[in-house]
Ligand binder design. Structure first.
Ligand SMILES: Nc1ncnc2c1ncn2[C@@H]1O[C@H](COP(=O)(O)OP(=O)(O)OP(=O)(O)O)[C@@H](O)[C@H]1O
Length: 791
């Protein structure tokens, strides 16, 4: 893809130009320190008007509409030369343009609603004459969708029920099951107590078998046993190594540092080098399986290690390692990954004991045990932060203090500060603020050395009672690790002048789709939406293939540059997942894009939640309006049910048992989505061909198990029918509105899930405190008695 370059060296291998202690970073900074840091970079620089291919606002842009050859299509689809191999998929999905005239569709396949949806054609409405290429293939019944009653016409219930659809759903179901990573593990918040008590584990090393959860089934075995537990890469006989290779071969991309399949703690994302990982086991040796994602809000702890790895295939990278890191690495080779696990856990307790506050921790290591895979061990380095002021490594002290340690294999030495060597933010000239989110402020800035314009995302520390925000650690970790044309590139991490703040240096993107759409008079055309959706799906597929859920996909987290490139950003809520799943919080995904299973409090969820968000995004791109803009969770569900029909056991087996289904929802019988996206329109509604509507329906399928996967969506026929996806090169460009804070411009804003969580926590804390105070009060003044309502 254009502009696709290997990442810059990892932060750990950069020259140490700015030493400081991690503790400085992880302690909540004083307001004074923050303002100093902010002030240091507060200069405004001139924006060069010719920096971008500026265009008239809105859509009066490139009017070039192409008639595509297969070659064109492949080019669009693949980027310039990434070599995606889609041939077989194209064959597999070549269903042709003819569609059933009469459709009966219920989300998830059931319900017996019939509808007449009409033809295969893209009924028009694209701005650039896209559909000049199309046959006039409107089908009977199509227009009636605009005027019919609920019963009569166009009652496309979410999902399909006709033979054609059924077959498709079935075949997709089996196809999807290859990708679906559902887990039998059930989230039970009652486990919290057990889970949050992190006892000091026995010392390192432990037998390798301890590394795996009792529930962990190797991918190939899972594959044989149940297609619900398959790795995204699995095909019979795959080994983890094969998996990586396969992934690499098929996608043309390889994460610079892939997520490992280590026994992962909830509060970190493990990284391993080179190949994409097998599924991360869901339980680690400290037995925190079942630990709810509340842990996300637990104190962060010791920054421990990283595999800011060199690719095993690129020996040249070896030379980039500093002496220190090489030393650490060689020690790591001689100790088992399990030692690292223990070390990590030891640090947890030790931190709390000794520091009395939470100094923050990022265990960015995966420590997956690849038996006998020397390559795997060699191509990463372990860097441990030294928390103790006196420089004695935690690992040493803890392993020493653990008398039960029979094996005296020394714990990995460390002294290399993970963030040591980061450049200072002073090396950037801050141009203007782009946006301010819950956990970060994003600036446009210029690298003084190179003149390159970048985005600087400053990690907000002021709200952090508990050290370095975990969301930011995750984001940094993932973004530094992953490299894909559809994922925003983090070039490096820099530190504030007072060493009290951290900034991610990202490639600068002129727009986010939310802010952009608010400036547009008309929505994107179908061919443009296809171009955007393809890129979005490719990025999402890449994440899911690497065992990461984004968990906050929404239009404001999709960046677009003036080269027509879309990139996913904001990985603050992203996390690694495994099979089977661990319990995660359902308070993820901004309300408007939140999947119904989350809204209904499902105890296990997976990649399908991101796919729902993609459905909402696709609809929004087509119409320029959020599809379901609920104000509360209940309102959100209500809005979904009104449009898609209220689900039931037939279309979504298990629905009635979901925790949130205690409420009696109004039974909306029909799916009215087609009304919002008719095949033709005289009213200005966004038009969508049958194929497009089919994809939208499959993204917005109620039953997460039946919801389409990123891979299947990428192969959907909508992308092969006219109007073909617009080439990125011919996507419209828009004036970048640098000078304004995007958020301030935003008219509509969906409630933020993190804010939601924070509010709830605060409320709880408040009520708790109030009640306690009343108790104390009543013990002093016995006349007063707190009532149950006081809770
Ligand atoms: N690389 C970038 N280039 C240009 N703009 C960016 C970039 N990254 C982020 N932005 C802008 O900043 C906004 C906020 O970024 P981001 O979502 O990463 O921050 P956040 O604090 O996590 O926000 P939120 O509270 O919405 O989760 C984005 O919506 C986008 O407008």
């Amino acid at each position: 893809m254009d502009g696709y370059n290997p990442k810059s060296p990892s932060i750990s291998s950069r020259p140490f130009s700015h030493p400081f202690t991690l503790k400085n970073l992880l302690e909540p900074p004083s307001p004074a320190a923050i303002s100093t840091a902010a002030g240091a970079a507060g200069r405004h620089g001139g924006y060069r008007d010719n920096e971008f291919r500026e265009r008239e606002s809105d859509i009066d842009v490139s009017k070039r509409e192409l008639s595509y050859s297969k070659g064109d299509y492949d080019r669009v689809r693949n980027g310039s030369n990434q070599g995606y191999e889609r041939g077989k998929n194209l064959v597999r999905h070549s269903r042709g343009g003819g569609r059933a005239k009469e459709r009966e569709s219920v989300n998830g396949g059931g319900g017996g609603y019939r509808s007449y949806s009409g033809g295969s054609g893209d009924g028009g409405g694209s701005r650039h004459g896209d559909y000049g290429l199309r046959v006039g293939d409107r089908e009977p019944g199509e227009l009636s969708s605009e005027s019919g009653s609920d019963e009569g016409v166009d009652l496309e219930i979410n999902g399909k029920n006709n033979d054609d659809s059924k077959m498709e759903n079935n075949s997709q179901s089996s196809l999807y099951s290859k990708k679906r990573k559902f887990s039998p593990i059930v989230w039970d918040r009652d486990d919290k107590e057990a889970n949050t008590t992190l006892t000091l584990p026995p010392p390192p090393p432990v037998p390798k078998s301890h590394h795996r959860s009792p529930n962990f089934v190797p991918p190939d075995v899972q594959n044989a046993e149940s297609n619900k537990l398959q790795s995204p890469h699995q095909s019979p006989g795959n080994t983890p190594v094969d998996i990586g290779k396969q992934k690499h071969d098929s996608s043309g991309f390889e994460p610079r540092v892939g997520l490992s399949s280590s026994p992962v703690q909830e509060d970190h994302v493990g990284l391993s080098s080179s190949s994409p990982p097998p599924p991360p086991p869901q339980e680690d040796i400290i037995g925190n399986a079942g630990q709810p994602d509340d842990e996300e809000y637990m104190p962060a702890r010791t920054i421990r290690s990283s595999r800011w790895a060199n690719d095993a295939n690129s020996p040249a990278d070896e030379g980039q390692l500093s002496d220190a890191s090489v030393e650490v690495r060689s020690q790591k080779q001689s100790s088992s990954p399990e030692a690292g696990e223990h070390h990590r856990e030891a640090s947890l307790e030790s931190n709390e004991d000794r520091e009395g506050y939470n100094v923050g921790s990022l265990s960015v290591d995966g420590d997956y045990d690849y038996p006998d895979n020397d390559l795997e061990r060699k191509d990463y380095m372990e860097i441990y932060d030294d928390i103790k002021k006196d420089g004695v490594s935690l690992s040493q002290s803890e392993s020493e203090s653990d008398s039960e340690n029979e094996d005296t294999t020394p714990a990995p030495q460390r002294s290399v500060n993970m963030l040591q060597g980061c450049r200072s933010v002073d090396e950037f000239e801050r141009l203007n603020k782009i946006d301010e989110g819950t956990y970060g402020v994003v600036y446009r800035a210029k690298d003084k050395k190179t003149g390159e314009v970048v985005a600087l995302k400053k990690v907000k520390m002021e709200k952090e009672r508990e050290g370095f925000p975990l969301t930011s650690l995750r984001e940094i970790n993932i973004l530094l690790s992953f490299h894909h044309p559809s994922i925003v590139d983090v070039k490096e991490v820099v530190v504030g002048s007072n060493l009290d703040s951290i900034f991610m240096v990202m490639e600068y993107m002129e727009h986010d789709l939310k802010a952009l759409m608010e400036t547009m008079k008309q929505p994107f055309s179908q061919s443009e939406v296809k171009c955007l959706m393809l890129q979005l799906l490719e990025g999402t597929q890449y994440l899911h293939d690497n065992w990461v859920l984004h968990r906050d996909l929404k239009t404001s987290n999709l960046l677009l540059n003036n080269r027509g490139e879309l990139k996913i950003c904001d990985f603050g809520l992203a996390r690694q997942y495994g099979s089977p799943l661990k319990p995660y919080t359902h308070l993820v995904v901004t309300l408007w894009y939140r999947a119904p299973e989350l809204l209904l409090g499902i105890k296990e969820y997976s990649t399908a939640i991101d796919m729902w968000s993609l459905g909402c995004i696709m609809a929004e791109l087509l119409s320029k309006q959020p599809l379901f803009n609920g104000k509360t969770e209940f309102d959100q569900l209500d809005k979904i049910f009104k449009i898609l029909g209220t689900p039931n056991e037939t279309i979504w087996p298990g629905f009635s048992k979901l925790p949130g289904v205690k409420v009696n929802f109004v039974k909306h019988q029909y799916n009215l989505l087609r009304r919002k996206f008719p095949a033709t329109s005289f009213t200005g509604s966004p038009v969508l061909s049958d194929a497009g509507f089919d994809l939208l329906n499959k993204l917005l399928t109620y039953d997460p198990e039946k919801r389409i996967t990123a891979e299947a969506a990428l192969n959907h026929e909508w992308f092969r029918e006219v109007p073909l996806p617009k080439s990125k090169d011919f996507m419209p460009t828009f004036p970048a509105q640098h000078a304004q804070d995007r958020r301030a411009r935003r008219v509509m804003k969906s409630p933020d899930p993190l804010e939601e969580q924070r509010r709830k926590e605060l409320q709880q804390a408040k009520f708790g405190t109030a009640w306690n105070l009343k108790n104390i009060f009543s013990s002093i003044f016995p006349i007063y008695r707190p009532t149950p309502n006081d809770h």
